[in-house]
Design a protein. Structure first.
Length: 55
């Protein structure tokens, strides 16, 4: 896989997991905390994908 693919995969997985996390404590998947955690998860996924692609 090339660098772009790994970074995109990290962003997609991170934002999906971050957006689903508030459902663990009973909030809706369409909420402010879901949007914020989705953004943070996406950024973390981009960072992790970048690190993984440069190993």
């Amino acid at each position: 896989m090339n660098t772009k693919s790994i970074i995109w995969l990290g962003a997609i997985v991170g934002s999906t997991l971050g957006g689903a996390l508030p459902m663990l404590w009973g909030e809706s998947s369409i909420s402010v905390s879901s949007a914020l955690l989705s953004m943070l998860g996406g950024l973390a996924g981009i960072w992790a994908g970048f690190k993984l692609s440069h190993m």
